[in-house]
Design a protein around this ligand. Structure first.
Ligand code: GH3
Ligand code: MG
Ligand code: MG
Length: 221
């Protein structure tokens, strides 16, 4: 509505009116303003798919996207990669600076990672607590490692002060996993492999990315 300077969602119904001979003599049109319903629907969708604290995709959206991308990349015989990102020593951060500062830190980490994503199909989600998951469709392991390193560096560059930690600022560890989905596989393999890689990143000193290829399971016949 250019005259109002606003945008409305309108529903239009049109019904024909004929005379006795079947000739069209009029059309009755009804216009309904659907704006409030549409805004409420959009807000609900936003709530259902986004994390309340950080504003990025939530676990529900992550689960749905991963299933969808698994099927799509399988059809297209394309690789699918997953990053599991975990904030280092975050319990200690909360203990030192308080839970509210911890929340602020999670928001900044989520924002910095989202800003680094380059493809529209890549999804950064809050997996739970201080863990994030990144879905990279059509990316093989080498490309996923490059993205992981970029995310790790972006968080380090935030320079969020963390006294008495290894580096003096907040860092993340990242597990990278990649697979070319198959009908005999399942997306949990990708998650558990990324988790195993994350565990290795933690064990080998934190503030790093470690990558693992999903072992292709062969089904005995
Ligand atoms: P590691 O380097 O091995 O990952 O150590 P960690 O301390 O980060 O790991 P741990 O799993 O022991 O602790 C995670 C902490 O994250 C504990 C929990 O209180 C905190 N946490 C989880 N969710 C939130 C949140 O939404 N806000 C804040 N402030 N803290 C959270
Ligand atoms: Mg954790
Ligand atoms: Mg942690």
């Amino acid at each position: 509505m250019p005259h109002h300077g606003s945008r409305l969602y309108l529903a239009i119904d049109a019904g024909p009116i004929y005379d006795k001979t079947g000739k069209l003599i009029a059309v009755v049109e009804t216009l309904r303003d659907m704006t409030l319903q549409k805004l409420a629907q959009t807000a609900l969708q936003e709530l259902a798919n986004h994390d309340g604290l950080t504003g990025i995709a939530n676990r529900r959206a992550f689960d749905e996207t991963l299933k969808l991308e698994w099927r799509r990349t399988m059809r297209e015989v394309q690789p699918l990669s997953l990053l599991m990102v975990d904030v280092d020593r975050f319990k200690h951060y909360n203990d030192s600076y308080g839970h509210l500062a911890g929340d602020e830190c999670l928001k900044k980490v989520a924002g910095a990672m989202s800003d680094e994503m380059q493809r529209a199909s890549d999804v950064v989600a809050r997996y739970g607590g201080e863990e994030f998951a990144v879905i990279l469709p059509n990316s093989a392991l080498d490309g996923a490692i490059v993205v992981a390193e970029r995310l790790r560096a972006a968080v380090e560059k935030l320079g969020i002060v963390f006294a008495n930690s290894e580096l003096g600022h907040v860092t993340v560890s990242i597990g990278v996993a990649s697979v070319t989905p198959s009908a005999t596989g399942d997306s949990w393999q990708l998650i558990s492999t990324a988790d195993a890689a994350l565990y290795r990143a933690k064990a080998s000193g934190r503030n790093r990315a470690v990558a693992l290829l999903v072992e292709v399971l062969t089904v005995a016949t």
